[in-house]
Write a protein that binds this ligand. Structure first.
Ligand code: NAD
Length: 342
């Protein structure tokens, strides 16, 4: 199969491409990425250096924008693309509060452009990688199902919900063969250090205060990135046209619980925890009912939270050069400004 993966130089895209090379060494994978602050081409440098596999597979990096109709059309036709998996997005909630515009252009307009080009050039399968955040927030009980109404609360989640609805429209209006995956919070190697776990790792390693929003009671479900990638793979290969599938890690933790576990695993004191002013519109709790994906796709998460966290922290410990490299001046100034105001 010839597959276009967008956003493959980001956190989940990188892990997805690595897993697909293992599971399907005969696939040709074209990675379209704009290389924003969150994209790191060197994540997959080893694949660029040895792109061809013994089984006839290939890896090609293409720098470009999912919003660019000419470039996307060119890639789809030149590489005879059969499937598109769209990871490319502006993905950080705090940044969306600071400035929502790139979230609308990349997440909504960019997805629409990919759908339109896919329709025009006969792509056989389209997978839109979405998030549990499109469902809004939960009280202490219950879990989101695929039937839960969309009720996004941040500019980020609103833009992802907009993209999901655009996918639905392309299925209903043009008969495009598309599916949507909605997943809870991912963690694992290659995650950009503005996200909770690598941020807390970096702070703890430097013996700096660990900032936690509000009282730390907000609950998230955590999934190891490879489990999510397996879910996307299953949706790509077996998903029902037009269907959305929830994926979760069966690991609900409050932010405070999570940070305490992380400090324990790093043998750092809890006194490093520092509560900061809450984020506006901060959702209280997300939880995923993924029984549909279990039943229709055979999905189950394989990694427990404690195992996955240990593996992730070990990876960051062994890849300190990676962390230093991605913490550029632009990254540092956003983080200093954001937390400095809190
Ligand atoms: P990320 O921010 O690490 O990576 C995003 C990638 O997209 C980067 O490589 C960036 O360069 C690229 N990109 C951004 N704008 C682009 C554009 N206009 N054209 C081409 N490339 C562009 O994000 P991530 O955490 O890997 O998330 C990937 C996807 O999964 C996103 O769609 C996100 O909404 C979704 N998701 C993430 C999580 C999570 O916990 N991280 C959970 C559920 C769903």
């Amino acid at each position: 199969m010839n597959i276009l993966v967008t956003g493959g130089c980001g956190f989940i895209g990188t892990n997805f491409i690595r897993l697909m090379r293992k599971h399907h060494p005969d696939w040709s994978i074209i990675n379209l990425d704009l290389l924003t602050y969150a994209g790191n081409r060197t994540n997959l440098l080893d694949l660029e250096q040895a792109p061809e596999t013994a089984q006839g597979g290939n890896y090609i990096f293409a720098q470009g924008d999912i919003r660019d109709p000419r470039y996307v059309s060119e890639l789809l036709t030149a590489h005879h693309i059969q499937a598109v998996v769209n990871f490319a997005a502006e993905s950080h909630v705090d940044r969306s509060i600071n400035d929502p515009s790139p979230f609308v252009t990349t997440n909504v307009q960019g997805t629409q452009n990919l759908l339109e080009c896919s329709r025009k050039f006969g792509v056989q399968r389209f997978v839109q990688v979405s998030t549990d955040e499109v469902y809004g927030s939960l009280g202490p009980e219950g879990a989101f199902t695929e039937m839960t109404p969309l009720a996004p609360n941040s500019p980020y989640s609103a833009s992802k919900a907009g993209a999901d609805l655009m996918v639905r429209a392309y299925v209903e209006t043009y008969g495009l063969d598309a599916v949507i995956t909605r997943c809870s919070n991912n963690y694992g190697p290659y995650q950009f250090p503005e996200k909770l776990i690598p941020l807390m790792f970096t702070k703890a390693r430097n013996q700096e205060p660990l900032p936690i929003y509000g009282d730390g009671s907000n609950v998230r479900d955590w999934i190891y990135v490879d489990d999510h990638c397996r879910g996307v793979e299953l949706a790509l290969l077996k998903g029902r046209t037009g269907q959305a599938y929830n994926f979760g890690g069966q690991a609900e933790r409050s932010n405070l619980e999570l940070v305490k576990t992380l400090l324990d695993q790093l043998e750092c004191p809890h006194s490093l925890i520092h509560f900061v002013k809450d984020r506006p519109g901060h959702d209280q709790r997300y939880a995923m009912d993924f029984s549909l994906a279990e039943k229709e796709l055979g999905f189950t998460p394989q990694m427990t939270f404690e195992q996955g966290l240990q593996r992730t922290l070990n990876w960051y410990r062994d890849h300190s050069h990676w962390l230093e490299q991605v913490q550029s001046g632009a990254y540092r100034s956003f983080m200093d400004q954001w937390y400095g105001e809190r």
